[in-house]
Design a protein around this ligand. Sequence first.
Ligand code: PXP
Length: 242
Amino acid sequence: MLLGVNIDHVATLRNARGVNYPSPLEAALVAETYGADLITLHLREDRRHIKDDDVFAIKNAVKTRLNLEMAMTEEMLTNALKVLPEDVCIVPEKREEVTTEGGLDVLAQKEKVAFYTAKLHQAGVRVSIFIGADTEQIQAAYDAGARVIELHTGAYADAHTAEGREYELQRIRSAAEFASNLGMTVNAGHGLTVQNVGAIAKIPQIVELNIGHSLISQAVFLGLPEAIRQMKEAMYRARGSI
Ligand code: PXP
């Protein structure tokens, strides 16, 4: 199982002071050295954390893979075709949200998803769709040409009761099985922590987790290398590989 380390919030901290540290580039390199299997970042339309220059600098420096999360806008497509990350994860984006609140509504914009997916595939970029655990949405993503999904684990992470968590977990399990049966690669992410990652890591169809906020938060106390080590240990233990 792979861990994508999302370094957006290193940029959040940097931007709070308008200086050039902490450096997201340095975070990407440290993360790779200490176990990140890929580097994930989200260039938001309002550039609230990652900036355009960060994307280019990090793409040029990473030795693993760059996974660029982006909304379906012309500007972002132009950017992605210039940067040529190994992966693009298409996410819904609302300016007023604090974080990406739900999965992409593929059913409502299938042709647009098909257009963006085809353009990126033509450029050799693998396309993943950030999606809720909903079989109709997954089928629509498949029909639009995507062969990778990232299941949104936010509702699972935010559930306040054991029943609610189990309900969301079951939806994610079924969605992962459905997508895998279509031949899709299944990733997951959002809201995952060392405490809640185990149940998601146990789902056999899920091959990659993208984790940001909790890792960068833990890095304040432990340092990024130790935060990554603890996360990978929790993932691998759940998976039965340690
Ligand atoms: N995956 C996607 C597609 C996201 O948009 C985000 C948040 O930027 C994450 C994973 C990481 O979520 P978190 O920061 O809650 O770990």
